[in-house]
Design a protein. Structure first.
Length: 269
């Protein structure tokens, strides 16, 4: 087991983010998920889904939602609502994959900030296209601020389509023989979480934490030698300078040779 070397018209909505795995600031994607973003007034909506969905067994946790709403143009008030929907685009009628309505609480209105994290996973068998096809996924949001006024417009961001491959059997996609990144625990977490991975033989690995913008937040392992078997590294929710990072969605990425894999983790406050 190895330890980390570093501790790691007018608008009615402010900011809405729907994320799974981010894109690096340079524009290079992690290759695990695909993303699409739309901005409407104060509203920014980003959808990310796994680039492969399995029908047998059904994909799980293939989409996640991070939502942040602030009162930049029109103040948040208790009772304001956000309707969030994720669809599969279809010529015969779009299929609703996920829908939820969020209500701003009095505490959130007082703080002028709404922050939520949701998992928009769903069983894709009956709604996604058949095996061997590409499904086109998109998200939209409708934010209604009660105090906006007569001449105010709701923000309604809607992302572009994301193509994801639908596969009949998960076994059709071979797992890496070099390493395997495991789910963080606990997740969500506060104040620290354990990031674990398996390697079949001793090998050199790197493990980094990224924010939703693709920026490196913490380098936990940098070309370090990991012994064969289970390895665990604790991330204490801090950046490279040792400062506590804000609550929200982060991504941790394991790299070893040609292998790389990314998973998500949520820091609560």
């Amino acid at each position: 087991m190895i330890a980390a070397l570093k501790t790691s018209p007018p608008s009615r909505m402010a900011l809405l983010v729907l994320m799974a795995v981010s894109i690096l600031g340079s524009g290079a994607a992690f290759g695990v998920t695909k993303t699409a973003t739309d901005v409407d007034g104060d509203a920014r909506l980003t959808l990310a889904v796994e680039d492969t969905l399995y029908l047998n067994p059904p994909s799980t946790e293939w989409c996640s939602v991070e939502i942040e709403v602030s009162g930049d143009e029109v103040e948040l008030t208790a009772g304001d609502t956000v309707l969030l929907q994720v669809y599969e685009d279809d010529l015969t009628g779009d299929d609703l994959l996920f829908e939820t309505t969020l209500v701003v609480s009095a505490a959130e209105a007082s703080a002028q900030r709404l922050y939520r994290f949701l998992d928009c996973s769903t069983d894709p068998i009956n709604v996604l296209d058949g095996a061997g096809d590409y499904a086109e996924i998109y998200a939209q949001a409708h934010v209604i601020k009660a105090e906006c006024g007569t001449f105010c417009f709701d923000d309604k961001p809607q992302t572009d389509l994301i193509d994801v491959l639908v596969v009949e059997h998960a076994s059709a996609v071979p797992l890496s023989a070099t390493a395997r990144l495991l789910n963080a625990y606990p997740n969500p977490f506060n104040p620290h979480t354990t990031l674990a991975f398996d390697v079949p033989v001793e090998q050199t690995v790197s493990l980094r934490v990224y924010d939703v913008g693709g920026r490196v937040i913490s380098t936990l392992l940098d070309n370090e030698t990991a012994p064969a078997g289970l390895n665990e590294v604790v991330w204490r929710g801090r950046d490279e300078s040792g400062r506590t990072v804000p609550a929200g969605l982060y991504f941790y990425r394991l790299e070893s040779g040609s292998y790389s894999e990314t998973k998500r983790v949520v820091l609560l406050k």
